[in-house]
Design a protein around this ligand. Structure first.
Ligand SMILES: [Fe+2]
Length: 482
């Protein structure tokens, strides 16, 4: 019987190794170096092109075909590689080809390239020589990849940095970036060292202390060393300091703030030259003080003018003003309003200069007609003062200093809140002073009688709060007339 071989006969391991259909092992693959290198180069993702020594393409990988926009890599064979290089780069490419042949290797050459449709891209190319028989150069291996996107990004980043740097240097304030750990200056714009008339190197060497005048050294040391560590993220610490630059006094304002730059904490100091501002403030203060001096003189003259005519009231306006100022202060009014109360009270009877001396200085009681003439003094005072441009409504306050809350006062019979608060204060101080002190035609009634009068009419004639404060000033706080 003929011996048959079963088709299903199991293959031995030996058979399996010999089978042509079985996958090869890595060791088999390494036996074919050309195939191995080709696969290796393809795996890198680079396009591969081999040219002869004249630059004609002998071999192109599929990546190269894709890079040049050609469907099949075989179509590239025997084409000149130069045609894929932009005209403006060709001369350089030919020179580099000669260098590769001579030197054996050139890396990181960058050209503008052309695709088959004429569109452009930037390629980075590494070239090395392939040696032929007799160890002579036979061909050139080029590996290339498209770097257009990364060059574009790099270009944009560079542009952005340039823009920021331009703004950094263009601002009119000095900006200094300090490492909070070491206190070293990391960066500074031009203005930062121009303010001090020095170089960046000098600024780096002396640090923020360059902006400290010797007399402020201790205070600034605190700012730098304490706040450097303790300054919270959103805190801004501002201080002013002065120094002499080229013999001239210079003032700078330094704002310190912590902020994060590229993930790291820095101390940012913005330095502003405020010398001109300081000078203007000084000039303004001097000018204000001069004007104030003149105004004080005029007020004093007005005060004395009334007293010259009304002999009975020597010192009355001054004492009234003293008490009115104390009341206003105790009420917690702003400083400017207290000044207003004080000055208004100093001249509150200025209108009496229009009243006849015979009436003002009459020893006996006044007739009804005489009293009516005296009652005109608030309006007369208003007429005198209304054209003077005081920073406060002094003319109106004086006009109302004899008004009473219930409307029984004069000249208009105004009530409650319609009467200026300053007038309500002066009216109480006026009454207290008048009752407390003697007049040539009568003895002093004393402070108790004065407090009795204002307390009896608290809230009816006189402002309740003003009365309470006056009583408290006299009884509890030891107020004394000068
Ligand atoms: Fe008066």
């Amino acid at each position: 019987m003929k011996k048959t071989v079963s088709k299903n006969k199991k293959k031995t391991p030996k058979n399996r190794i010999k089978s042509k259909t079985e996958p090869r092992s890595a060791i088999d693959f390494l036996k074919n170096p050309m195939e191995f290198y080709e696969k290796l180069l393809i795996t890198t993702g680079d396009a591969i092109e081999i040219t002869d020594l004249d630059g004609n393409i002998i071999y192109a990988s599929e990546h190269a075909a894709a890079l040049f926009g050609v469907e099949d890599s075989k179509l590239l064979k025997w084409k000149s590689s130069i045609v894929f290089i932009a005209p403006e780069c060709r001369e350089k490419a030919l020179l580099n080809l000669k260098r590769v042949i001579k030197e054996g290797f050139l890396s990181r050459m960058e050209y503008t390239m052309l695709r088959s449709d004429g569109s452009r891209f930037t390629a980075e190319i590494n070239s090395s020589i392939i040696m032929g028989e007799n160890s002579m150069p036979a061909a050139v291996l080029n590996t290339m990849h498209d770097v257009s996107k990364s060059r574009l990004t790099e270009g944009m980043l560079k542009k952005t940095e340039e823009n920021y740097r331009a703004i950094f240097n263009a601002v009119n304030d000095g900006i200094i970036i300090v490492d909070p750990e070491t206190g070293d200056i990391v960066d500074a714009n031009k203005k930062a060292y121009e303010i001090k008339g020095c170089s960046f190197e000098m600024l780096k060497e002396r640090g923020l202390r360059l902006f400290i005048s010797p007399k402020d050294d201790t205070a600034i040391e605190d700012v730098l060393l304490k706040n450097r560590g303790q300054l919270k993220h959103d805190d801004v610490h501002v201080f002013e300091c002065s120094d002499r630059v080229a013999g001239v006094e210079q003032w700078v304002e330094v704002s310190l703030k912590k902020d994060v730059i590229s993930g790291k904490q820095y101390l940012i100091a913005v330095v502003r030259d405020i010398t001109k501002k300081k000078k203007m403030e000084d000039d303004l203060n001097q000018s204000f003080n001069a004007v104030k001096k003149v105004m004080d003189g005029i007020i004093n003259a007005m005060e004395k003018l009334v007293e010259k005519k009304d002999l009975y009231t020597v010192g009355h306006q001054h004492r009234t003003a003293q008490l009115a100022r104390a009341i206003a202060g105790q009420m917690g009014l702003p400083g400017e309003q207290i000044n207003c109360v004080y000055i208004s009270a100093l001249i509150h009877d200025i209108g009496k200069i229009f009243v006849s001396g015979s009436i003002l200085n009459k020893a006996g009681p006044l007739t009804k007609e005489e009293y009516e003439i005296i009652k005109q003094h608030p309006e007369a005072g208003y007429e005198v003062l209304k054209t003077i441009d005081f920073p406060w409504p002094i003319a109106d306050i004086i006009l109302q200093h004899h008004e009473r809350l219930d409307g029984s006062g004069y000249p208009y019979g105004l009530k409650d809140e319609r009467i200026y608060l300053e007038s309500r204060i002066i009216s109480v101080a006026d009454v207290v002073e008048a009752i407390t002190f003697a007049r040539p035609y009568r003895p002093a009634f004393g402070i108790d009688k004065a407090l009795e009068e204002i307390s009896a009419n608290r809230g009816r004639l006189y402002d309740a709060e003003v009365v309470d404060i006056t009583v408290s000033l006299m009884k509890e706080q030891g107020f004394k007339f000068e």
